[in-house]
Ligand binder design. Structure first.
Ligand code: ADP
Ligand code: MG
Length: 249
């Protein structure tokens, strides 16, 4: 990865704080993700990685600080929020496909409802995206008829169908059998190479090393380190990161 590239900011979090009751789950978060940048977020379970992702498109409200998407502050609610949320796609661990809709319907529905495209256009785009994730032949099946790896690739195609400016991935391969992990990571690597802006929470350190421009290490609701992967993995600065890496590598 070329880490000399400078990226224009696309997602900016400044002074972001959030509690769950007494738990300070996001503490003074400062994070900038540039256009075309791939940021991998790692850290122990419970450190706030999912909450961070959810805060970025306001699935979780924050208490203080600002979140800016492509120069526009994220509003707390209303039409402006729906519009900005559509700019940042999210892919979850659990796929979250519509079980009673076909694969093609899954990648078409939001295009009709949110993007207000006509059916022919939406289906053409849906089929092209299914082709891109290697699932053109599965368009008329239902999610339950697909493997986990295939379902997650449909979820990625569905997110891409909105033409998002950025994609957030929250442990996209954690629910998959080992033999299916690479088919999903390969799709993500291709997106990264094509310049998609991505925030990826993952335990796949091979992906972090090969695809990330930066690794953000979180612990106890804080960003402890934010550095290029080759620096982070070879010489983590913090005791917390050294301890974490010694357990997973
Ligand atoms: P991670 O994704 O790094 O494992 P999370 O962001 O899911 O961490 O959670 C961070 C902390 O916040 C954990 O201690 C978790 O139990 C807690 N938490 C997450 N969601 C909620 C919620 N809706 N209500 C209360 N506590 C929560
Ligand atoms: Mg999580």
């Amino acid at each position: 990865m070329n880490t000399d590239t400078t990226f224009a900011p696309l997602i900016e979090l400044s002074g972001v704080n959030k509690h769950f009751g007494a738990l300070h789950v996001l503490q003074d978060i400062e994070l900038t993700v540039g256009r075309g940048e791939v940021v991998v977020v790692i850290g122990p379970s419970g450190s706030g990685k999912s909450t961070l992702c959810r805060a970025i498109n306001r699935l979780e409200p924050i208490e203080s600080g600002t979140i800016t998407i492509d120069g526009r502050p994220l509003p707390a609610e209303g039409k402006g929020l729906a519009a900005l949320r559509a700019e940042v796609g999210m892919v979850f661990q659990s796929f979250n496909l519509f079980a009673h809709k076909t694969v093609l319907e899954n990648v078409t529905l939001a295009q009709l409802k949110v993007r207000r495209r006509g059916r022919a256009e939406a289906e053409a785009k849906g089929r092209a995206l299914l082709e891109r994730v290697g699932l053109a032949s599965q368009a008329d099946k239902y999610p339950a008829q697909l493997s986990g790896g295939q379902q997650q690739r449909v979820a990625i195609a569905r997110a891409l169908a909105m033409d998002p400016k950025a994609l957030l991935f929250d442990e996209p391969t954690s629910a998959l059998d080992p033999e299916m992990i690479n088919e999903v990571l390969d799709v993500m690597r291709a997106l990264a190479t094509e310049g998609m802006t991505m925030v990826v929470v993952t335990h796949e350190m091979g992906f972090a090393r090969s695809a990330a421009h930066r690794v953000v290490f979180m612990a106890d609701g804080r960003i402890i380190e934010d550095r290029p992967p080759e620096e982070f993995f070879s010489s983590p600065r913090s005791e917390r990161a050294r301890d974490f890496l010694s357990k997973i590598l």
